[in-house]
Ligand binder design. Sequence first.
Ligand SMILES: NC(=O)c1ccc[n+]([C@@H]2O[C@H](COP(=O)([O-])OP(=O)(O)OC[C@H]3O[C@@H](n4cnc5c(N)ncnc54)[C@H](OP(=O)(O)O)[C@@H]3O)[C@@H](O)[C@H]2O)c1
Length: 240
Amino acid sequence: MKRVLITGASSGIGHQLALDYAADGWQVTACGRDAQRLATLTARHPGIDLCLFDMTDLADTQAALEGRTAELVILCAGSCEYLDNGVVEAAKVQRVMQTNFIGPVNCLEVLLPQMAAGSRVALVGSTAGLVPLPRAEAYGASKAALAYFARSLAQDLQWRQIGISLVLPGFVDTPLTRRNDFAMPMMITVSRASKYIRRGLARGRAEIAFPRLFAFILQVTSRLPQRLQRRLTQRMTRSS
Ligand SMILES: NC(=O)c1ccc[n+]([C@@H]2O[C@H](COP(=O)([O-])OP(=O)(O)OC[C@H]3O[C@@H](n4cnc5c(N)ncnc54)[C@H](OP(=O)(O)O)[C@@H]3O)[C@@H](O)[C@H]2O)c1
């Protein structure tokens, strides 16, 4: 039986991935901090193995993940906080960087030495890392950092035959986006997001960006002059 370890499995995209992989017959290790929400997974699939830890804490991450291995690791956990009116709050930026960048790095330190040739790690970034969006200084920077890290690591792990996939979702309807107070174009359901991710990973894709049209628009936008990028992104994220 193939094994998959998923962080952020207590909510949103990670939760749906855990349900879908379990339904497909995979042995799932579902990670998160909220025991109650994680338990809803085992209520549906009793075979799912639960793993509770705070990935921003290296010692906690080591204790939880040491000895665990899987052919597929999906580092999906993340959080989003916005800056308001250009006021830079260092504590907020640190929190976001800790969760979205240092958290996955902590997991990789423990998991990579335990993984065999032929296995794969997916790092869940965001299309927000492609283009500077208003108020997303911390979130976008954390995801851009993760994308750079993933692309660089992919080169250095070739000799071990461990594949790295960078997942770049657009807007997905989850508790994370339900807090947003602006229009979110081309938003998709967690089921569709899970389908895109699972299909991309099954094909061994290095980058999985979706929904395709939204990702394409942002990729093209990222090549435009800053002035045009700003005009487009401000229109896109205007308050609803
Ligand atoms: N939703 C979107 O539109 C969207 C778009 C682009 C990228 N993404 C990315 O996709 C990923 C999943 O997002 P989502 O929308 O599914 O969010 P979500 O519903 O808020 O779920 C976030 C998950 O991350 C876990 N988590 C957060 N901080 C953690 C920590 N310190 N240690 C361990 N686990 C932690 C949470 O676990 P607990 O609740 O158990 O603490 C939860 O399971 C994130 O990386 C997000 O940035 C989402």
